[in-house]
Design a protein around this ligand. Structure first.
Ligand SMILES: [Zn+2]
Length: 64
């Protein structure tokens, strides 16, 4: 019987499946054939992935 399954569950919250991407991708670099993980949403391998530094605003930290 499945009639009463909505009436309260022990598990709270939804369990999200891991997001995966197309399998069999390789690094976008021409000379690189490193396979990318299906969990890697980037288009480059770890070596060639462009490094993005978090933008630091021109905030002046007052000296104490
Ligand atoms: Zn690469």
């Amino acid at each position: 019987m499945v009639a009463n399954t909505l009436g309260g569950s022990q598990l709270r919250g939804k369990i999200r499946p891991s997001r995966t991407y197309a399998a069999g991708r390789v690094c976008q670099r021409n000379s690189c054939s490193t396979k990318l993980s299906i969990y890697n949403r980037r288009e480059h391998c770890n070596i060639h992935a462009p490094i993005k530094f978090p933008r630091v605003r021109g905030r002046i930290v007052p000296e104490v």
